[in-house]
Design a protein around this ligand. Structure first.
Ligand code: SAM
Length: 270
């Protein structure tokens, strides 16, 4: 079971995520647990103050390292202690997959100007959820919870449902459709309604490649491309030099046209 311990000044912001339908059920079933820790409980003054003014001057307040240290020491040992900060390693699907293998993750959510820089010495990694600055780390922590929890065995109804997700395969996901079959003059691609599973799988792969090429071509460098993918990408106008950059394998050899059997002239007998 994976336990998430969130150390925060605003546990009430994370509670709805911890109790949300799928995560709430997974907690009831003992697949994961969420532990909300109020940083103020580890203040050493009677006003429960956890921050102070920055040395050197400047705007804002800084969360004290000793408060972070006492809060962390109150927890059972964690496999990873994660500081959420815009200066951290980008949080990606690959990181989520790595974290889903752990037993206990402790996540430090900052506020104000963030934690005293010495807090970096207490953590195993720093994560950022993007190149923007939010008011606090709680929304970032909720992103980590949402992304990691759905990878845990048994949490999602269909264990295969995250396999084709964007990034899991190294590509963006293919487009999905549901009823109605026709909406405001836009129909559902015929292949999806034909019942040919092989054709559907081929179409989806082609769409995933098309979308990734158009929207996030840099992802192709990390995707596992097949010879058939190479053929598709060539068809989409990618040059052989471009394919080389993404380590794409050579395309499959062209299918040889089936030779027609020569009809043997009937020999008249007699
Ligand atoms: C206002 S921010 C502090 C920003 C800090 N002065 C800086 O520029 O790096 C307060 C807290 O929000 C959280 N935070 C803000 N943006 C984030 C992001 N992109 N990823 C992860 N955490 C973030 C961090 O926990 C941070 O300590």
């Amino acid at each position: 079971m994976l336990t998430f311990s969130f150390l925060t000044l605003f546990p009430e912001l994370l509670a709805p995520f911890a109790n949300e339908a799928i995560i709430g059920k997974a907690r009831e079933r003992g697949l994961l647990d969420v532990n909300l820790v109020q940083l103020r409980d580890f203040s050493d003054n009677r006003h429960h103050k956890v921050d102070d003014t920055p040395y050197g001057g400047g705007a804002g307040m800084v969360i004290r390292v000793d408060v972070a240290e006492r809060a962390l020491a109150s927890l059972p040992p964690a496999d990873e202690i994660i500081l959420l900060t815009p200066a951290g390693q980008p949080f990606t699907q690959a990181v989520a997959e790595e974290l889903a293998q752990k037993q206990h993750l402790a996540l430090l959510c900052g506020r104000y100007e963030g934690f005293d820089a010495r807090t970096e010495g207490l953590v195993t990694r720093e994560l950022s959820i993007g190149d923007f600055v939010m008011m606090g780390g709680e929304a970032a922590a909720a992103c980590v919870l949402e992304a990691v929890a759905r990878l845990l065995p048994g949490v999602l109804g269909d264990p295969n449902s995250h396999r084709a997700d964007s990034f899991s395969s190294g590509l963006l996901d293919y487009p999905e459709y549901t009823r109605p079959p026709e909406w405001q003059g836009v129909g559902v691609p015929e292949v999806l309604r034909g019942g040919n599973h092989g054709a559907v799988a081929a179409w989806r792969r082609e769409q995933a490649l098309t979308r990734t090429l158009a929207r996030r071509s840099e992802l192709l460098a990390g995707a596992e491309l097949t010879p058939q993918d190479t053929l598709t990408l060539l068809g989409l106008g990618v040059t052989p030099e471009g394919l080389q950059l993404w380590n794409a394998p050579p395309p499959p050899p062209p299918k040889r046209a089936r030779r027609k059997k020569k009809s043997v002239p009937e020999v008249e007998s007699g």
